[in-house]
Design a protein around this ligand. Structure first.
Ligand code: A3P
Length: 290
């Protein structure tokens, strides 16, 4: 497969590459992906916006639903799927029309966020997850889409780790977030891991409510944790308004920490251990088991 360098050269491939970041082609809405990203960078932010940033498969759906409930002040599911508030896959005009407070979400690295995020000190939630569970989750997600080639874990790793996705891969994404936090120590960023949330959902939800500055009681936090448990979210997902362009897939697969042990070979696991050494010095605590 030829290595694409930008949108124009990837017309026959199932993804676009914009400034070294891979995007599935079906993310493209009413503008070419490159133009969409430029519009996104110029997007006007509101003071009460919140942006959830996460590497794909890190728990975006989970934390988005939690955050939506906290902003609404009740444990009711948002009628929309989280993809309808996904900045790289939603028409700019639709983002502009969303009522406040907006909880937007994205998988793009910090360099592609709206410039006003920094200027207006827009609240950022960053959820991250250990790379091994992320890649296994990504493999099972990708396998659900029709593909001319068989999807394997090795191929998923190659897609994520190599130069093709040099500014959007796991290490690049995490480094961009770490650098942003260190360069902007006053910026409100809520940094939370999937594993910590899994271990103590009510504690995480309580801290998130404090970060968002929303009224909350222990009872509300317990209700949100319960409504956003894996099984309940999986059920609720069936009732949500779907994106339309993004092919439907079962996102709620297993929801566990450490499932990678059932799927990665020792060699694959060691390769990922080696790869994440590039993140030494970053302020993240990776947990591979609970
Ligand atoms: P698995 O494939 O390991 O099950 P994202 O939303 O970023 O695409 O991440 C999807 C992953 O988060 C999937 O992981 C999914 O099952 C898991 N997930 C979603 N909701 C969850 C919840 N309430 N509790 C635990 N894991 C959840």
């Amino acid at each position: 497969m030829a290595e694409p360098t930008d949108s124009a050269e990837t017309a026959d491939l199932p993804f676009r590459v914009v400034d070294g970041v891979l995007f599935p082609k079906f993310f493209e809405t009413n503008r070419p992906m490159k133009e969409h990203i430029e519009c996104l960078k110029a997007l006007e932010m509101r003071d009460d916006d919140v942006i959830l940033c996460a590497y794909p498969k890190a728990g975006t759906h989970w934390l988005w639903e939690v955050g939506s409930m906290l902003l609404a002040g009740k444990a009711d599911y948002d009628k929309r799927s989280k993809e309808l508030a996904m900045m790289e896959a939603t028409e700019i005009e639709k983002i502009q029309q969303m009522p406040s407070p907006r909880l937007l979400n994205t998988h793009v690295p910090v360099s592609m966020l709206p410039r006003q995020v920094k200027d207006k000190k827009v609240k950022v939630i960053h959820v991250y997850r250990n790379i091994k569970d992320v890649f296994v989750s990504s493999y099972f997600h990708g396998k659900q889409y029709p593909s001319p080639e068989e999807i394997t874990i090795d191929k998923v790793m190659a897609m994520n780790l190599n130069e093709m996705n040099k500014n959007g891969n796991y290490v690049a994404f995490m480094k961009s977030m770490d650098a942003f936090r260190k360069d902007n120590p006053d910026h409100p960023v809520f940094n939370v891991s999937y594993e910590d949330t899994k271990e103590d959902p009510v504690g995480t939800i309580t801290r998130l409510a404090e970060f968002l500055g929303v009224p909350h009681t222990p009872e509300l936090c317990r209700q949100v944790a319960d409504a956003c448990s894996f099984q309940r979210l999986k059920e609720a997902d069936k009732t949500k308004e779907q994106h339309g362009l993004i092919p439907p897939a079962q996102l709620y697969r297993k929801g566990e920490v450490g499932d990678w042990k059932n799927h990665l070979t020792v060699a694959q696991s060691e390769r990922l251990d080696e790869y994440v050494k590039e993140l030494e010095g970053c302020d993240f605590r990776f947990r591979y088991t609970l």
